[in-house]
Design a protein around this ligand. Structure first.
Ligand code: HEC
Length: 490
């Protein structure tokens, strides 16, 4: 089932509010066509079905066994027959459920507003005209995919009117720059000076996770909440792009030398990414509960997808490989963390102690211990096999912990939290080493430089702070919303 993307956890509520402020693209609703033109199913009717119906009538376990994600399955009907009698809206069960006043009304009364009169009128006219499928489509075409293909991303604002919440961060392989997720773009900043160097327009409205691959290309997971998700590989040096106000602007939507590969096209956001220690495997997890794993050993143009893993009951917020690359730890909104055998596609153990959504996982460099964090504010350590017994509860933050990252070689663990702080932990002992304070808002993203010397953290208010990991001193802070007029702090 397509997730309606309604999550009431603190994390999502705050992010949704942030997006509402920044939202430039109007929601895709069908517009009344000029009377002369016949109604187009894909352009006018399908967007309505997507908005009002497909959340319950998706491809997986559709309600009433009616799958509306394909024209063919829609016309096949569910427990009842074809809901449409072509040319006869009055005899079509579809119109009857749209206009019903009793409990047969769709969408059901407790789950959403009915279609408007105009919208129902449009569906009636489409049926009256023969309920035809557009000539360019096949009855078996995936309608959600077809709708995505017809959507073009807006350009990012050249000057941000409001701060953008920083939902993903990564250091470049040379430790010198930080890549941040913006609104329909990635931005590259010099870590020492806080200067904006590059902007890369992306189809995804926001980036949720990033990982630099061994060849220097950047894998990014993200999407549009409730609409689509993707994992793409970008070459940040693939094109000179154009220059705007002294900043290079690259087209990561259409320029194939910048957006070099798309690994995943999903019906909802992709939330996390992890690269194995040897750089040969990449994994993602997302709102569709799926965990995907790719074999990168042949280079980025010979990437092989391994069988996907599906077993969490809810969104997958975090993934991390064990050092041998054979197992994967995952964190889910279903309140568990799990450890998987990738080849067997089997869950080896479940760690249930958080009893709250689990937002991130990491595995210690020797592979014996996994760490996880979540809405219970705790950093917990558990045995990575044979059973997921808790070893330690290291305490945590004053509020929910959003992210947890581990350095692949050094015993360096870093968490960031809604309590506006970043914390450094010793991955060997599990002890808190120091707390980095100064963010003025929730801290959503954190990254460690490849050499382990720097930590970058990003807040809900767009602020990025660069810290020295050895002593916690602040190197630089800046707002990563391009062009934003930042009020002077008193
Ligand atoms: C919140 C979930 C939900 C949403 C949203 C929803 N439906 Fe349903 N729908 C159901 C359920 C549950 C049933 C099964 C009802 C029953 O069997 O009594 C159903 C059954 C149906 C059926 C009968 C299928 C059959 O063959 O038995 C039709 C037709 C239908 N829905 C159309 C729609 C349309 C059109 C929309 C969007 C305007 C919509 N539904 C939105 C939950 C939903």
């Amino acid at each position: 089932m397509l997730h309606s993307h309604r999550c009431f956890c603190v994390l999502c509520a705050a992010l949704t509010a942030a997006l509402a402020i920044l939202l430039c693209a109007a929601p895709q609703t069908a517009q009344a066509a000029a009377p002369a033109k016949p109604v187009s199913f894909i352009r006018e009717v399908a967007p309505l079905l997507k908005e009002k119906c497909i959340g319950c009538h998706g491809a997986k376990n559709p309600k009433g066994k009616l799958d509306m994600t394909k024209y063919a399955s829609f016309r096949k009907g569910g427990t009842k027959d074809d809901p449409i009698v072509p040319s006869k809206p009055d005899e079509s069960y579809l119109i009857s459920v749209l206009t019903a006043a009793d409990k047969t009304r769709m969408p059901p009364k407790d789950s959403g507003d009915p279609m408007t009169k105009d919208q129902i009128g449009l569906v009636e006219r489409w049926i009256a005209e023969g309920a035809k499928l557009d000539a360019e489509l096949k009855p078996e075409s995936d309608l959600l995919r077809e709708l995505r293909l017809r959507w073009t991303p807006p350009p990012p604002p050249s000057v941000y009117p409001y701060p953008v919440a920083i939902t993903a961060l990564a250091f470049t392989p040379d430790n010198k720059k930080v890549v941040a997720g913006g609104h329909h773009e990635l931005t590259v900043w010099d870590a020492a000076s806080g200067k904006l160097e590059k902007r890369i327009h992306t189809r995804a409205r926001r980036a949720m996770a990033m990982a630099f691959l061994p060849d220097g290309k950047l894998a990014v997971a993200g999407g549009r909440p409730g609409e689509e998700g993707d994992v793409r590989i970008y070459d940040l040096n693939g094109s000179k792009g154009k220059t705007e106000n002294g900043v290079a602007v690259l087209d990561g939507v259409n320029d194939k030398s910048v957006s070099v590969k798309q690994l995943l096209d999903a019906d909802d956001e992709v939330l996390c990414l992890a690269l194995s220690a040897d750089g040969k495997k990449l994994a993602s997890g997302g709102c569709d509960r799926m965990v995907h794993v790719w074999d990168l050993s042949g280079g980025y143009n010979k990437i092989k997808e391994l069988p996907a893993i599906e077993n969490h009951a809810d969104w997958v917020f975090g993934v991390a490989f064990t050092p041998d690359g054979k197992r994967l730890a995952t964190a889910s909104r279903d309140k568990t963390a799990k450890l998987w055998d990738i080849a067997a596609k089997e869950s080896i153990l479940t760690f249930p102690d958080h009893q709250n959504p689990v937002y991130a996982v990491a595995v210690k460099a020797d592979g014996t211990v996994a760490y996880s964090v979540g809405e219970d504010n705790q950093l917990r350590a558990w045995k990575a096999a044979p059973e997921g017994k808790q070893i330690r509860n290291s305490g945590g933050h004053g509020k929910l912990i959003v992210k947890l990252v581990a350095h692949p070689k050094q015993p360096l663990l870093v968490t960031c939290s809604a309590d506006r702080t970043v914390r450094i932990w010793n991955a060997d002992s599990g002890a808190a080493v120091r707390t980095l304070s100064g963010h003025g808002d929730y801290v959503y993203a954190v990254a460690i430089s490849p050499d382990g010397n720097l930590i970058a953290s990003g807040g809900f208010d767009g602020e990025i702070r660069i810290w020295k990991s050895a002593d916690g001193t602040l190197v630089k802070s800046f707002n990563a919303s391009p062009g934003l007029a930042v009020p002077v702090k008193k």
